[in-house]
Design a protein around this ligand. Structure first.
Ligand code: HEC
Length: 138
């Protein structure tokens, strides 16, 4: 082998060793990050959901539409701040049937005859607050 060939062989060898080492350490750090990522996701689904995510989770879009723009089954959830205070809206979500006397609701009753807005007293008030905040900010 000439000197130049030796150098090339040595450089290639070194390169290969670094490549293998790099792979090994990378696999290790992947393993360490996985459980942390999974924990973060679990935490998010149990407590840290924002208003919009809670609305998705509760299934409001099934009736009110993907953008809450209204469907044949339920009215649009827009401009709600014209009608609701935060507290009243939370109370409404917990017990919609007690708000049926308003003129707007008399119309709703005939327009969405066969659909009943469910009561969400199974969602805790803090999360209903987040839902109300989101709806009032739209
Ligand atoms: C089964 C269909 C259905 C689902 C699911 C549903 N709604 Fe409704 N919602 C209605 C109907 C129908 C009305 C019209 C009121 C009535 O008929 O009493 C309504 C009315 C409302 C109103 C009053 C609108 C206004 O003009 O003031 C709000 C606010 C509301 N829904 C929010 C929600 C939220 C938030 C969710 C999810 C947590 C949800 N709804 C899920 C059917 C539904």
């Amino acid at each position: 082998m000439t000197n130049a060939q030796k150098w090339i062989a040595a450089t290639l060898g070194l390169f290969l060793i670094l490549l293998v080492l790099g792979k090994l350490t990378q696999e290790k750090s992947d393993e360490q990050e996985m459980p942390q990522m999974m924990m973060q996701q679990a935490e998010q689904s149990s407590q840290e959901l924002d208003g919009l995510s809670l609305i998705k989770q509760a299934g409001c879009m099934t009736c009110h539409g993907a953008d809450l723009q209204g469907t044949k089954m339920a009215p649009a959830l827009e401009n709600l701040k014209e009608y609701w205070t935060r507290d009243n809206l939370i109370n409404y979500l917990r017990n919609p049937s007690s708000f049926g006397t308003d003129k707007r609701f008399v119309e709703y009753k005939s327009k969405y005859k066969n659909i009943i807005m469910p009561s969400y007293n199974n969602i805790d008030v803090k999360n209903l607050g987040k839902i109300a905040d989101y709806l009032l900010s739209k």
